[in-house]
Design a protein around this ligand. Structure first.
Ligand SMILES: [Zn+2]
Ligand SMILES: [Zn+2]
Length: 761
């Protein structure tokens, strides 16, 4: 009888792949073996030719929901003696490795969780072959129980039976456990465990307390999202006046009561990744201070059994159906993952800590997604997504480490054509984040069995990421920030062609030593040319100027109005006479002043000019509110009036945003509405970008554009720019599952390394 060896590559570990193969073989009468080789699954199969054909089709195409077969290698081999179909133990082999992200609790487990006759009734750690923690409990590959933190919990007889028998739902489920043998929940620092701990946590929430809850990838801070007092107390404690809090809703019904759900979104909300999705708020029960002055709110459904039990438990507590679930960390620092961190860092923000004894090895924050053009538009790519690789067609033999950006840091490990973008690490200004980056880089290199030959980092001389890169001792490649953004967008779209990159964000170190931020680059995967930018302005006041848009506004007004500038600033309530003079002297003498083309700061300045936000309490606040104002106007208006101002340079395209800001100020003083002018600003900027691309295209013949950088989280600017470019016949690449913000930088860096190796095949 014919015999085949089938090797399947892709996400085939920890997703119930071997039991699936075994069941398929049994149902067809195929004999042989299946083994997990770390980077692939290897099957030996024997049957008549027709049956084998059917079998190969099934294992390639009818795979379990969470599995992804990326490639298959099928070969005929010599007849071998098989009498039955068996699953054989994992043996390590080297090759491309796919680590599964954590998977949200499945429907069947959820049913069992609330079924009093089930032996895992109310078990806070219920999971199966199809669901449960993966990456966060993993120590090394291949994914087997002894290499996870579940090794701390020897299985009871019943669990061991399920774990080893292919006909059960928990065959080969590494984190399998039950009420008798699994981890336990408890209140940290107190002798309260199990059911009592959960009931106390629920009671406390309903009494208006704030609690910390240990989840899959770290702690959350949690309170009743319908209790204004509790939410505003959390704001005070965390010193976070306005940045929106994410809310976990009990079920889809609750979610639809509170938010508008668009077609396609439900699939992501209820799917196995369960990210936070930004949705439009309805007039519901959420406390106003959940997301003040913001038409949307970030929501998610429970994805871990303990979260489900917080909403629903057989005790006397009348529970809320909306919980604040914000990352348990000090702003900018990594999310806390053990009791010591939690007590030390977020202990002061909460009244009690609901913890458990299953260790978290790799942190995973919740992923955050926005929505654009009927598709997800990633803001933070972490739990459920990282470290799934981005695959490109460009082939080269190289292992690289891309260390990422300084804010919203993620790193990326490149192994041949696979680019493994890490989960979210944090902002490098906090030294704890630097430690976390070092540790995560080490752990992921071990998990993926890579040894980088090259390290890519930013060009900024003072970045902590650059120090971490230098410590590796590897040959360093320093890559310009805005170019890395465009490369990231190119990698996500598997593009290796020359294009015009529109890279708009807050701050990046330019090749000329000034601060760049609103850049038009003519680039391919090997190099770039700065073909245009917004008009440079003076940014006075160092770090303060990145939060205080009024400072930028003052300089733009000075550049536009000359001698009348002081009067205009007073009329716009930007600053008084004395402050104006001080700002002017500093700018003219170059004291604590840099030249900048930051698009982010330009938005902040216009927000200040229109009296929307004079300064920001969190990154992006001023510009976000400017966008909301423009969207408000657009909603009410069918036809929108817009004006664009542009001046050509010699060979270099300058978008004259200074004149634009001046005109906005003039019209605002003349009595036009802020919302309308906010829209005019967006439309004009989009117009300026498009004209700039057109002009470059005329000179070069390039008809392809990529839009990247944090400013393109602004969906109004994104839509206006993309639509106009497409109307002119441009092909426009944008992001979807990789963030446009600095969280995507590392992917661009790794793609550069891949495209610029000496041993290109
Ligand atoms: Zn399950
Ligand atoms: Zn058990």
């Amino acid at each position: 009888m014919p015999c085949l060896m089938i090797r399947l590559y892709g996400i085939v570990q920890g997703v119930g792949f071997r039991p699936f193969v075994s069941r398929a073989a049994d149902s067809l009468g195929v004999v042989g073996t299946v083994a997990n080789k770390g980077s692939y699954v290897e099957i030996f199969a024997k049957a008549d030719a027709q049956t084998l054909e059917r079998f190969v089709h099934i294992v390639k195409n009818e795979t379990p929901e969470r599995a992804v077969v990326i490639s298959a290698d099928v070969r005929e081999i010599q007849d071998t003696d098989f009498t039955s179909f068996e699953i054989i133990e994992s043996e390590k082999e080297s090759g491309d490795i796919f680590v599964s992200p954590d998977i949200a609790t499945c429907d069947k487990c959820r049913q069992e969780l609330f079924d009093p006759s089930d032996r895992r009734y109310l078990h806070p750690f219920i999971n199966c072959t199809q669901c449960g923690p993966r990456l966060t409990i993993l120590d090394s590959m291949p994914y087997d129980r002894e290499r996870t933190t579940m090794n701390d919990f020897p299985m009871c007889e019943k669990c061991a039976y399920e774990y080893t028998h292919a006909h059960t739902r928990r065959y080969d489920a590494q984190p399998v456990c039950c009420n008798d043998c699994g981890p336990q929940v408890y209140i940290a620092g107190r002798d309260i465990k199990g059911a009592d701990a959960i009931t106390l946590a629920r009671k406390s929430i309903m009494n208006g307390s704030i609690i910390a809850v240990k989840g899959i990838g770290g702690f959350h801070l949690c309170c009743d999202a319908a209790n204004e007092q509790a939410v505003s107390r959390l704001r005070k404690l965390k010193n976070r006046p306005a940045k929106p809090f994410a809310v976990m809703m009990k079920d889809m019904q609750t979610l639809e009561r509170e938010c508008e759900v668009k077609p396609g979104q439900q699939e992501f909300l209820t799917g196995y990744q369960k990210p936070i999705l930004l949705l439009e708020k309805k007039q519901g029960r959420l406390a106003p201070s959940i997301s003040p002055d913001n038409p949307s709110v970030g929501v998610m459904l429970p994805y871990a059994p303990l979260q489900m039990l917080l909403f629903d438990y057989p005790d006397a507590v009348q529970m809320t159906d909306c919980l604040v679930m914000t990352s348990g960390n000090v702003s900018g620092a990594p999310i806390c993952r053990n009791d010591e961190d939690a007590q030390e860092q977020i202990g002061a923000y909460c009244d009690l800590i609901l913890s458990h004894d299953r260790r978290i090895l790799i942190r995973a924050d919740d992923s955050v997604m926005d929505w654009f053009d009927g598709k997800p538009y990633m803001i933070r790519r972490s739990r459920g997504f990282a470290p799934l690789p981005v695959m490109v067609s460009k082939k080269a033999r190289l292992q690289s480490l891309a260390i990422g950006g300084e804010l919203k840091n993620t790193f990326c490990i490149g192994k041949n054509e696979l680019l493994y973008l890490s989960s979210y690490i944090g902002d490098m200004a906090d030294i704890r984040t630097v430690y976390a980056l070092r540790e995560s880089v080490g752990r992921m290199q071990e998990l993926l069995e890579t040894r980088a030959e090259k390290c890519v980092c930013d060009m900024h001389p003072k970045y902590n990421t650059v120090t971490v890169a230098q410590e590796t001792g590897l040959p360093l490649v320093r890559l310009q920030h805005h170019y890395a953004h465009i490369l990231s967008c190119m990698a996500e779209n598997d593009c290796d062609e020359k294009l015009i990159g529109v890279s708009f964000d807050g701050t990046g170190y330019g090749t000329d030593g000034t601060i760049w931020g609103g850049e038009i680059l003519l680039c391919d995967t090997h190099s770039f040319e700065r073909a245009g930018s917004i008009k440079p302005f003076r940014q006075v006041g160092g770090d303060a100027s990145s939060k205080e848009g009024w400072r930028i506004a003052v300089q733009l007004i000075r550049d536009s109005f000359g001698d009348d500038a002081q009067l205009v600033c007073e009329k716009l309530s930007l600053c008084d006479k004395k402050t104006f003079r001080l700002q002017s002297v500093m700018a003219d003498k170059g004291i604590n002043t840099v030249t900048s083309t930051s698009a982010g700061r330009l938005f902040d300045a216009v927000s200040a000019i229109l009296g929307i936000r004079r300064s920001s309490t969190f990154e992006g606040e001023s510009s976000m509110c400017l966008e909301f104002a423009a969207e408000r106007f657009e909603k009410q208006q069918a036809e929108c009036e817009k004006t664009a101002v542009r001046i050509d340079g010699s060979g270099f395209e300058t978008i004259d945003t200074t004149s634009l800001a001046g005109e906005i100020a003039r019209r605002f003083i003349d009595g036009e509405g802020a919302d309308k002018l906010a829209f005019v600003f967006h439309a004009s900027l989009a117009d300026g970008i498009v004209k700039c691309c057109e002009s470059i295209s005329r000179k070069t013949g390039v008809k392809k554009c990529a839009l990247s950088g944090g400013v393109f989280q602004n969906k109004l600017l994104l839509r206006l720019t993309k639509q106009q470019l497409e109307a002119l016949g441009f092909e426009v690449l944008i992001h979807s599952l990789v963030p446009a913000n600095d969280g995507g930088i590392a992917l661009g860096q790794a793609y550069y390394a891949l495209c610029n190796t000496d041993n290109d095949k």
